[in-house]
Design a protein around this ligand. Structure first.
Ligand code: PNS
Length: 161
């Protein structure tokens, strides 16, 4: 059985993430959405539990996808879960340098290969950070994130205002 990881911070999950997860689920028997517990990026908006809850809601239609948390090295987590592949979305050339470097490092550390899926063009400008910024200032993100996430973002920033 071929298991793949879709890793990330998912703070919060966007339609771009979901597109990659759905497409990965068509190619692998088993997909683990690996949510990092200790991201290098500081200032998470959502707690781990909230991110997990939102992800669960968004992937519930995909029977071969599950959500797990990890900390430390991704490749250690991959080995522990029998995952032979990492799948990432590539939005633009600007993603490429860093993603290639990580893929090569992960390959060197473990032999685990990274596969890149080209982000669907309608999501190529999307990132969790930008979505949060737009939502914080009252912009409409309803076409960029699943409805449950849009609702949660709106609630969060209404509370803050
Ligand atoms: O959604 P993000 O924040 O872009 O995801 C980045 C993530 C979590 C995939 C990446 O930072 C990662 O894999 N971190 C785990 C630590 C690790 O294994 N580092 C070595 C990578 S070469």
């Amino acid at each position: 059985m071929a298991t793949a990881l879709c890793p990330g911070s998912f703070d919060p999950v966007t339609n771009g993430h979901l597109d990659i997860i759905e497409r990965t689920a068509r190619h692998f028997d088993d997909v683990i959405v690996a949510v990092i517990r200790n991201p290098q990026k500081t200032g998470s908006l959502f707690t781990l539990e909230e991110r997990q809850e939102l992800l669960h809601e968004c992937v519930k239609h995909l029977s071969n996808v599950r959500i797990e948390f990890f900390k430390g090295l991704l490749v250690e987590f991959a080995k522990e879960h029998g995952a032979s592949s990492i799948v990432k979305g590539l939005r633009a050339v600007s993603d490429f340098d860093y993603e290639l470097q990580m893929a090569q490092m992960n390959q060197r550390l473990s032999g685990i290969d990274t596969f890149f899926i080209s982000t669907s063009p309608q999501y190529s400008f999307l990132s969790s950070s930008l979505v949060k910024e737009v939502a914080r200032f009252g912009g409409d993100v309803s076409t960029m994130v699943p409805p449950v996430v849009a609702e949660r973002l709106q609630g969060r920033f209404v509370q803050e205002a």
